[in-house]
Design a protein around this ligand. Structure first.
Ligand SMILES: NC(=O)c1ccc[n+]([C@@H]2O[C@H](COP(=O)([O-])OP(=O)(O)OC[C@H]3O[C@@H](n4cnc5c(N)ncnc54)[C@H](O)[C@@H]3O)[C@@H](O)[C@H]2O)c1
Length: 173
């Protein structure tokens, strides 16, 4: 490294770096503990998990039931996958539904159906998604599909279920 010029107190850059290296290390900044406002208690709640047939979705459904959710609607393109969840976890509290989250009409229809048959939705886990692993030169069709599934589908449900006056919350993975 070539150090030229003067820094701050008039020394050269090399002198400055030698002085800085000799200083005791500054104490690591302490960040404030994260405040989640008490967290979300699933007890007694009606909760929708999209992408429920997948790894994170299935784990979410199990965890929410263990923590007392009243009903978990397990929605996915993969109907057989969510049906397996119902068989494993019980028909009383798991409602399997086939849903393409990129289909806004179908999403709204599911919201209406749940409101009419189960009750107002308290929490919507917008978890369905896909990672194609493709880069910037992917065809437009793929970009559009990612946009609809990974982005827009996380916006549609709250707009339609907040109107029910639920304690609506949305979580996106
Ligand atoms: N933020 C992060 O760092 C991070 C890390 C890992 C995963 N994720 C996201 O979390 C989500 C779940 O991850 P995973 O590892 O469980 O994935 P996964 O592939 O195991 O499950 C995804 C599920 O989504 C379903 N799905 C895909 N497209 C759908 C559609 N149009 N409509 C309905 N369902 C659809 C699939 O059938 C599948 O069951 C994904 O959205 C993923 O991108 C985020």
């Amino acid at each position: 490294m070539i150090a030229t010029g003067s820094v701050g107190d008039g020394g050269t850059a090399a002198e400055y770096m030698v002085k800085r290296a000799a200083r005791p290390p500054a104490a690591a900044p302490r960040s404030a503990p994260l405040d989640y406002g008490g967290g979300m208690d699933p007890e007694g709640k009606v909760i929708v998990v999209t992408g429920a047939a997948g790894g994170i979705g299935g784990a979410l459904v199990r965890a929410l039931l263990e923590r007392g959710a009243r009903t978990v609607v397990a929605a996915d393109l993969d109907g057989a996958g969510v049906e397996r969840l119902r068989e494993e976890l019980g028909a009383e509290r798991v409602l399997p539904r086939v849903l393409d989250v990129a289909d806004e009409q179908a999403t709204r229809a599911l919201v209406d159906d749940i409101a009419a048959t189960v009750g107002a939705i308290d929490v919507w886990f917008a978890n369905a998604g896909l990672a194609t692993g493709s880069g910037p030169d992917a065809p437009d069709e793929e970009w559009n599909s990612q946009w609809r599934i990974n982005v827009m589908s996380t916006c549609t449900p709250p707009v339609s279920f907040y109107r029910d006056g639920s304690s609506g919350a949305r979580v996106t993975s």
